[in-house]
Design a protein. Structure first.
Length: 632
């Protein structure tokens, strides 16, 4: 077996300098500074650039209920604006006139096993058949999975495996999404908890259950929510998604090749890994082969410099994907948020890593500006300043597309955050987050272009949950609420009604564009007096303890509504649910809105959060915009 030595490879080149944006006016800077805010760069608008997206198939699904089948499909970002569709069952057209106002069709009276295809009509000419519909014969579709064998830790504790977070990407280039699934041992730990863990295992899986590969991250990657954030995306534009993860000596790739020293064991008597080399590896999505490995940035250095000596804060990792140049995706890997914060941006091109930039809150450029200790247990990605390039919103601070600090509110760490077009009456994006500190505002509603806090509510407690989304048609725009509040609030902070039954996740599930509540293993519709149960998953489990999150949720197949994926109770299948409800709303597949698509990619990062698109979806929404995208 080969044993490559990644630490012997060439270091990534120094990032190329990029042009700074004009600084804010002295008057504006003074006002912001007086408010306790540091904002370092302004945001000129620039023309939109076409962004690289996946070359997806039509994604047709057929969801059976007693009265027939709902057939739905993707309106691709590369389709014409005026495209229409015909629906065929076993070669016979079932719709009387072309479908124009939506991308779904209810075929009344048809059996669950009916076989459907869809044909696009472009310029009056009917195109070829789509792929055949994925059949949800019992309301869900199972993707078979096989748990890894359990084991025993050095201190004699036995463990087995549970399916945990999942992501998607076209791993083999056939136009269909595949799953990447993280397996966690039953003795996985939070960083604050001592003890050995089993290895973290990651699988690549096709929809029919075929396992493409299995990667074993090895004994030198501790297992838990904060250690392994994996990104699945087509970074190099070859129409096949890659998989990026932090690795270490004794990681075994999907072809059986060991990275680094196979015999190395850096675990201390408390189960922490506080010494030894750390790597970043890009894996081939089709084979699981390690294609390139570099030193992880930043190195851990002195453990105590991150805030404690036992390893709680040094191993807090976040990850994401961002279109930093406005056209192609880059990988974001980060470390730290309680004290020092470092983000490294990487390009994967022509089979090699190139480091685009590194942001370090402790660098001479950033020291004293309030960037330390501002991170959340997740991050968000979006074009917050309207220049056509993505920024990274990292808790109570943001990093510009060029790696410079953009702003910081200096309001500290929080568990949950939501970046999206929450207020359709205001141009651009809005940002809602909660705070863990008992001395900071419990909720903040922020203008992410410059970090201005539009409103906040008083400090009270460790506010561990917060959600933003249009869940009620009785209010314009999105509602926001948190675990410490007693009501929903509007974009101005005014109370609007009772607090929903959950404060975890969201899903577009029913016919209208108002979003639903996803919590644990069910989906609910918000109501002014009570919530209505729309779906309860059968024999499935949620993940991550009190976070109660699904393996994955998002617009994966069919029209723009969102699927939810839970692992079955026995961890033998990923159980996918897709809505059986017909809609008259037509929106381009959210997978071709790159803010939403990168949200799917970072959803598995630490404390999972739902994805949000770059435009408003909700009651009274205008016609949804078409994306400016291209496929490689």
């Amino acid at each position: 077996m080969q044993h490559p030595q990644p630490h012997a490879q060439l270091r990534p080149p120094t990032p190329t300098r990029t042009r700074r944006r004009p600084l804010l006016s002295a008057m504006t800077a003074g006002v912001l500074a007086a408010a306790g805010l540091v904002s370092l760069s302004a945001a000129p608008a620039e023309a939109a650039t076409a962004r690289q997206v996946e070359a997806l198939d039509r994604g047709v699904v057929s969801v059976h209920i007693d009265s027939g089948n709902l057939v739905s499909w993707r309106w691709l970002g590369t389709d014409p604006n005026d495209v229409s569709f015909n629906v065929y069952r076993a070669g016979t057209k079932v719709n009387s006139t072309p479908v124009t106002g939506s991308t779904n069709y209810f075929h009344s009276g048809a059996p669950a096993q009916a076989d459907y295809t869809v044909r696009a009509i472009v310029g009056g000419v009917e195109q070829a058949d789509s792929v055949h519909a994925i059949q949800f014969r019992t309301g869900y579709k199972d993707v078979p999975i096989t748990p890894p064998a359990g084991g025993t830790t050095p201190d004699g504790v036995a463990y087995t495996y549970e399916a945990n977070d999942a992501s998607v990407g076209d791993l083999d280039g056939d136009g269909a999404l595949d799953f990447v699934l993280k397996w966690q041992p039953t003795n996985a730990k939070d960083n604050s908890q001592s003890g050995y863990t089993g290895n973290t295992i990651v699988d690549g899986i096709k929809l029919d259950g075929t396992r493409l590969w299995r990667i074993d991250l090895g004994r030198n990657i501790r297992s838990g929510a904060h250690y392994t954030q994996f990104q699945v995306y087509d970074y190099d534009g070859d129409r096949k998604a890659e998989v990026a993860m932090k690795t270490a000596d004794a990681t075994v790739d999907g072809t059986g090749v060991v990275i680094g020293n196979s015999a190395a064991d850096y675990r201390n008597s408390s189960g922490y890994v506080l010494s030894g080399p750390e790597y970043l590896t890009m894996f081939n999505g089709q084979t699981g082969k390690a294609m390139g490995t570099v030193d992880y940035v930043p190195a851990r250095g002195t453990v105590s410099s991150w805030g404690d000596s036992y390893g709680n804060r040094v191993d807090r990792f976040l990850a994401g994907t961002a279109y930093l140049d406005g056209a192609r995706p880059s990988l974001i890997m980060a470390r730290g948020y309680y004290t020092r914060t470092v983000l490294a941006a990487w390009d994967w091109r022509n089979g090699a890593f190139t480091r685009r930039w590194t942001f370090d809150s402790s660098s001479s450029t950033n020291t004293g500006k309030g960037f330390d200790g501002q991170g959340s247990h997740s991050l968000s990605v979006g074009d917050v300043d309207g220049d056509g390039k993505d920024e990274i919103v990292y808790g109570a601070m943001a990093v510009d597309d060029n790696g410079n600090g953009l702003w910081t509110t200096k309001t500290g760490h929080g568990d949950a955050q939501h970046l999206g077009d929450l207020d359709p009456g205001h141009a651009g994006l809005e940002y809602f987050k909660v705070s863990e500190s008992t001395s900071q505002p419990a909720e903040l509603y922020i203008n992410p272009a410059n970090g201005t806090v539009n409103w906040s509510i008083a400090a009270c407690c460790d506010n561990g949950r917060g959600v933003a989304g249009d869940i009620w048609a009785g209010n314009d725009g999105a509602e926001v609420w948190s675990a410490s509040d007693t009501s929903i609030r509007d974009e101005a902070g005014a109370t609007k009604g009772r607090e929903p039954s959950s404060v975890n996740f969201l899903s577009w599930w029913d016919a209208d564009p108002v979003r639903e509540l996803l919590d644990g293993t069910h989906i609910d519709k918000y109501g002014t007096s009570s919530d209505t149960r729309l779906l309860t998953g059968a024999s499935v489990h949620s993940n991550n303890s009190t976070k109660a999150t699904p393996a994955l949720s998002g617009d994966l197949f069919g029209d723009w509504r969102e699927e939810v994926v839970w692992a079955t109770s026995a961890n033998t299948a990923l159980r996918i649910y897709s809505t059986p409800i017909e809609t008259t709303t037509r929106i381009t597949t959210l997978l071709h809105d790159t803010m939403y698509r990168t949200g799917i990619a970072w959803q598995n990062t630490a404390y999972n959060q739902p994805p949000h698109p770059s435009f408003f979806i909700g009651n009274g929404m205008p016609t949804a915009p078409r994306p400016t995208v291209y496929t490689p």
